[in-house]
Design a protein around this ligand. Structure first.
Ligand code: CA
Length: 525
């Protein structure tokens, strides 16, 4: 018969103490992780990168306290696919989510970052934009914007959670932040570390600013026009001239705030009118030439975009203030990035999708006190396949099956080893909105080579002489050796990542439906 004597009891107590100490020590050593992911936030609109369209003092706090990556890219510059890559550390072909429009719901049962963190004892939550058409898996808590096919509305969006649909009143960035802080209030009480995906909708199309920015709207403010606002794309590759993303032709009246914003309460509508009505009246009366009309549209567009960024930046500041006030910054890795960049008038365009820096390059900032020297800058080539491996490395968790990215932790040190030599890019969403041709390519230290395989067209850009990806050097004399080398590197990347030779296809009618919808939007909105 088992009898507990004093010696055994003492021993047992020691074991318990050691176990709980081990648990405590482990919890203390493992950082909390907050990934702030915005939607379509171009590097050109983050003031931590200098020469910005807009001041982002709160996002900049993360750069000042940590590391700024100057050459961070996504592998497929479109919303859902970029998010699927963040969750899996895999390119689109390997995680199965190729396209917002036709590649179906994300399979959250595969190996994911939240799954691995959750399995190792992290508390996990995703709050805000999700846009993967399946319920989040491996999150203890999730509340994702739901209306308008998971795009959500800027004002009064609905949220989906295991409890069902919640209707709200307010501005989307404020609501997402309220919900995130409410969850952190719970999570900080546990002795387990937490992982929060704090996902903003802002500044996605149609760039609706928050109440504060509506109140302070300055119709007379002027932004500098990009040198290529009036660029003629005829005579370039067919891929370029076929794209339907010119500000002049493809922006709706809603985009331009010539119509009332969607889903507003009477109070919000009054603010809206106060901001835009007089400017709209003047525009209607002015009878502008085509050239001046484009100028006007550009100003309205970029000012709305910048104002939306400011509405979000203020909320990010509120979250950072909360972390500071609750002594959470010392053991929390905070990351800021976007699901891709955005054209802000370059080539006369809006939208994304292309391999060009304007679209595939993203802001990437990380703060982790005691681990990253404040004010560090890295120009290493990094990609969103690296995000999950980095966070797992910080948490001390190993993936069960290999991811395609690598941990960025060594780049926190002053003299890291050589990094990715080159990055693989692959855009699939054609047929699709904006008509951007499918393309894959390689991004290196100096060059970009892209292949538009539906048209059998190539583009070569030299970053050193043409940082804005404007001059196609493919086939020009003197570039044969470089092109040959880049083609070999591209093939090597395709072999390394095991990219299938054939792509998935959209339904045969998809292209016609999309073009009809685009026309309908221009008429109706
Ligand atoms: Ca996006």
């Amino acid at each position: 018969m088992f009898k507990l004597n004093l010696k055994d009891a003492f021993h047992f107590t020691l074991v318990l103490l050691a176990a709980s100490w081990g648990h405590f020590a482990n919890a203390a050593a493992r950082p909390n992780i907050i990934f702030i992911l915005s939607d379509d936030h171009a590097v050109r609109a983050v003031s931590a990168y200098g020469d910005s369209l807009v001041a982002t003092p709160n996002i900049d706090r993360i750069a000042a306290g940590g590391i700024r990556f100057d050459r961070a890219y996504v592998g497929n510059a479109i919303c859902g696919p970029s998010r699927a890559t963040l969750l899996t550390g895999l390119h689109s072909h390997a995680n199965g989510f190729y396209s917002n429009e036709w590649s179906g719901p994300f399979n959250g049962e595969q190996q994911t970052l939240p799954g691995l963190l959750h399995g190792s004892g992290y508390q996990t939550a995703v709050i805000g934009k999700w846009h993967l058409y399946s319920d989040p898996v491996a999150f203890d808590h999730w509340e994702v914007i739901d209306n308008v096919m998971e795009q959500g509305t800027y004002y009064n969006p609905s949220f989906r959670s295991p409890a069902g649909i919640e209707e709200t009143t307010g501005y989307v960035a404020d609501l997402i932040t309220d919900k995130s802080i409410a969850w952190l209030e719970q999570a900080k009480r546990e002795d387990r570390p937490f992982f929060l995906l704090y996902n903003h909708k802002t500044p996605h199309r149609d760039w609706m600013p928050g109440p504060e920015e509506l109140r302070n709207w300055d119709e007379d403010a002027r932004f500098e026009e990009p040198a290529t606002l009036f660029r003629n794309l005829d005579g370039l590759t067919r891929a370029r001239s076929d794209a339907r993303m010119r500000i002049a032709d493809y922006m709706t009246d809603s985009d331009l705030k010539l119509r009332k914003g969607t889903n507003l309460t009477p109070e919000q509508e009054a603010l809206w009118e106060q901001a835009f009505a007089e400017g709209n009246r003047q525009f209607a009366a002015a009878q502008l030439s085509d050239e001046d009309k484009l100028r006007w549209k550009y100003q309205r567009y970029v000012k709305s975009y910048a104002a939306s960024v400011q509405s979000m930046d203020r909320q990010i500041g509120r979250l950072l203030d909360y972390l500071e006030a609750n002594n959470l910054m010392d053991n929390t890795l905070v990351v800021y990035s976007s699901d891709q960049g955005f054209f802000l008038g370059e080539n006369g365009w809006f939208d994304k999708r292309w391999i060009d820096d304007a679209s595939s390059r993203v802001p990437l900032l990380m703060e982790w006190r005691g681990h990253i020297r404040p004010g560090t800058v890295s120009d290493a080539l990094v990609q969103n396949i690296d995000f999950a491996p980095t966070l797992l490395d910080a948490a001390g968790v190993k993936p069960k099956t290999p991811m395609q990215g690598v941990s960025l932790l060594p780049l926190f040190k002053p003299q890291p080893k050589p990094w990715h030599r080159d990055l693989y890019y692959h855009f699939y969403e054609n047929p699709g909105f904006h008509g951007v041709a499918r393309h894959y390519g390689v991004i290196t230290e100096r060059y970009k080579l892209a292949y538009y395989y539906q048209n059998d067209e190539w583009e070569l850009f030299d970053r050193e002489t043409d940082p804005a990806d404007q001059r196609n050097l493919y086939g020009k004399s003197g570039y044969d050796d470089i092109t040959g080398d880049l083609k070999r590197r591209l093939q090597a990347l395709r072999a390394q990542y095991q990219v299938p030779e054939t792509d998935p296809e959209a339904a045969w009618y998809h292209g016609a439906v999309v073009r009809a919808l685009e026309q309908l939007m221009l008429w109706l909105f």
